[in-house]
Ligand binder design. Structure first.
Ligand SMILES: [Zn+2]
Length: 359
């Protein structure tokens, strides 16, 4: 880690180097008129970046992932099935996952953008990286697409970090309102990746019970926290304070990856929760502040776009995260005092299993 990760020197503040993927080829993945995962989501984010962040981010164009990289996660049969859709008419890979003529290229680029982001982070070229990609990835399983996801972008990039950099403690924080069953399942039996997810279990894919904590050598390295829909931002910060911080100190991640879906926003047509866009920045701040308090360097921080289906709310959420990453986000400190009623409501859904006991 070099000094650029230390942001505590008030006299000589060093702004973090923040990279992001920006590429119009992601807009060529068409899903049909009424589909919520439409190109306008990313187009609006691109306009916001042009307006506000053009000179403050290191913007990169991705290369497609290699077949070898994709096949560290997916079966050759799934890879072939996606390749077959190239330059074809629109079709469906699952009841909710449409593909068009150029989807295969967007999917390959999305995985490649995540590999590139991890590569830049682990070569110390940037301190944080946001892969602004579509299609999303956290529902994709080894042998099939689903939940709007074609390839599991984060899983592919995590495998790349393990293989090329020898990492064996990668933490994935999944704050998308849907359970990331793909990431959950792909790493369920191993401890090299710790999967932490907060989600509404009444939504697709209806998995991620609190008792699902990993298996075999991976037992205790998955934390699934089903959450009630009526939580506030403060409730959520409290929850992350109580449950994520022990993971940060106990697991000591070498790389933090965020499955950054923004569909828990109050304006999202699918998530139907009550959070504002500030919640995402506050979670990032919670993580950053933890390392400052501990006097330890912040691990490389990678984010990949997952859900978020109301373009304005999505863009506002991405903006607050970027503001925080570049050091300009000012958000209230999280409450960290005694118990809060939210924990009781979460416990009604299921106990929270942490590596350090059940709470
Ligand atoms: Zn989602």
């Amino acid at each position: 880690m070099n000094d650029s990760r230390s942001r505590t020197d008030d006299k000589n503040p060093v702004h973090p180097r923040v990279g992001a993927t920006m590429d119009d080829r992601f807009l060529e993945h068409k899903t049909g008129h009424a589909h919520p995962e439409h190109p306008r989501r990313l187009a609006e984010i691109h306009r916001m970046i042009e307006r506000e962040f053009k000179n403050r981010l290191i913007l990169v164009r991705p290369e497609p992932a290699t077949v070898e990289q994709v096949e560290t996660v997916h079966t050759p049969g799934h890879v072939r099935a996606i390749l077959k859709t190239a330059e074809q008419r629109m079709s469906s890979m699952s009841p909710d996952t449409q593909v068009s003529a150029r989807t295969y290229m967007a999917a390959w680029l999305a995985a490649g953008a995540c590999v590139q982001g991890v590569d830049l982070l682990l070569n110390d070229a940037v301190d944080a990286f946001f892969a602004l990609v579509r299609p999303p990835g956290h529902h994709a399983l080894a042998d099939r697409a689903g939940g709007f996801c074609i390839f599991n972008n984060i899983a592919i990039a995590a495998r790349y970090a393990m293989k090329s950099f020898g990492l064996d403690r990668i933490l994935v924080i999944d704050w998308d309102i849907h359970h990331g069953n793909g990431i959950n399942d792909l790493f369920y039996n191993e401890r090299r990746l710790y999967y932490y997810s907060t989600h509404d279990i009444l939504l697709y894919p209806y998995s991620g019970l609190a008792g699902d904590v990993g298996d075999g050598p991976g037992r205790g390295y998955t934390m699934n926290i089903p959450i009630p829909r009526d939580m506030t931002d403060d409730d959520m910060v409290y929850l992350y304070n109580q449950t994520l911080l022990p993971v940060l100190s106990g697991y000591r991640p070498q790389l933090i990856m965020v499955a950054a879906g923004f569909d828990a926003h109050a304006d999202d047509p699918i998530g139907k929760c009550g959070f504002t866009e500030n919640i995402y920045a506050r979670i990032i701040r919670l993580v950053m502040d933890f390392f400052v308090r501990e006097g330890k360097p912040m691990p490389p921080l990678f984010l990949a776009l997952e859900g978020g289906y109301e373009p304005r709310a999505l863009t506002a959420s991405v903006r607050t995260v970027l503001m925080t990453l570049i050091g300009n986000g000012i958000f209230p400190k999280p409450p960290d005092s005694a118990d809060a009623p939210v924990m009781d409501r979460i416990r009604e859904i299921g106990s929270i299993h942490t590596p350090y006991g059940i709470i």
